[in-house]
Design a binder for this molecule. Structure first.
Ligand code: PMP
Length: 315
């Protein structure tokens, strides 16, 4: 990532990508007290659009507020920075990472007078997810690492430090030969994947964990609205156990970068066999709810669904 052309917005100014550096005593580097967003822009039929940028920017502002980190820019200014970041870098299909971090004015937990910095970087996401993952699904391992608890951290905030826990879980699963991990909350109920929310389908109803230990995903919300309003499918937010995933008819993960990815297998159990899921070597069925939601979501992000155009903002 060091050596590339481009511009990064930092604290109201443009910095060349190669020159965009921070001091080694940057507070967030030492203690993880920061927050960020992952936002997508898509080149749709009517030009380049940011997808649900207002909701992402609101979550960023709320993350900072929950951390008690004063934000020197308002949401409108951070949205403008994201739009300009696309234009200045000549990007259309892109991933944006607005990030809030504390400066190097002091070290230690009691440091006072730390400056809050805000940056927005954008780049072409490229083939982030293998096409095979979207069609054939992922093999996941339930993690031995528990996800955060509401009394241990701020589960609603997309806090930089949270991702230590995500990476411990993901790295263990990847080292053991799996694609992804499913994390349980401290009481043993399904929370989420390393950086995506989880859904299951059973007898025509979608179920997803309530927002306690999992992030309040914006793709999760988009999928709930599309399922209810377009497909007429009921969605229940509740506590879910891991064996409910084993025995689900379908299961999938949702996230801004991942979009919608089928979960093919958990802990060696093929998901959906009873419901007629094809063998692991074959793609998921076109008529499955997962497949239908994948197509609807793609239509929504490309601006092809009239009723969901309000999710898009011109770049
Ligand atoms: N959970 C975690 C831990 C995440 O990092 C993400 C990605 N932001 C998600 C869920 C999905 O959230 P969203 O749909 O807003 O990208």
């Amino acid at each position: 990532l060091y050596d590339r052309d481009g511009w990064i917005w930092q604290d109201g100014e443009w910095r060349e990508w190669r020159e965009a550096k921070v001091h080694l005593f940057t507070h967030t580097l030492h203690y993880g007290m920061g927050c960020f967003e992952g936002v997508r822009a898509y080149a749709g039929a009517t030009g380049t659009h940011l997808f649900r940028v207002a909701e992402h920017t609101r979550r960023l502002a709320e993350s900072a507020h929950a951390l008690d980190v004063p934000l020197p820019f308002n949401e409108a200014e951070i949205i403008t920075a994201q739009r300009e970041c696309l234009r200045k870098n000549g990007l259309s299909n892109a991933y944006l990472k607005p990030t809030v971090f504390l400066g190097a004015e002091g070290l230690g937990l009691r440091a006072q007078g730390l400056t809050t910095h805000v940056m927005v970087a954008a780049w072409d996401l490229g083939p982030y997810i293998s096409p095979q993952a979207a069609t054939h699904g992922l093999r996941a391992l339930t993690s031995s690492w528990a996800r955060h608890h509401v009394n241990i951290s701020l589960c609603r905030a997309k806090t930089s430090g949270h991702y230590v826990n995500s990476m411990l879980a993901l790295n263990t699963a990847v080292k053991a030969g799996f694609d992804e991990t499913i994390m349980l909350d401290p009481e043993g109920y399904v929370a989420e994947a390393s950086a995506a929310n989880v859904f299951l389908l059973r007898d025509g109803v979608l179920h997803t964990p309530e927002v306690t230990s999992c992030l309040q995903g914006i793709t999760r919300d988009s999928v709930i609205q599309l399922a209810q309003q377009v497909l007429g499918i009921e969605v229940r937010e509740r506590r879910i156990t891991r064996d409910e995933l084993y025995t689900a008819d379908e299961a999938f993960l949702t996230g801004t970068a991942a979009e919608i990815l089928p979960l093919r297998e958990l802990d060696g159990r093929r998901i959906g066999v009873r419901a007629g899921a094809p063998p692991a070597s074959e793609p998921i069925s076109h008529d499955s709810v997962t497949g239908r939601l994948q197509r609807l979501y793609r239509q929504a992000v490309w601006g092809e669904l009239e009723d969901f155009r309000h999710w898009l903002s011109p770049a």
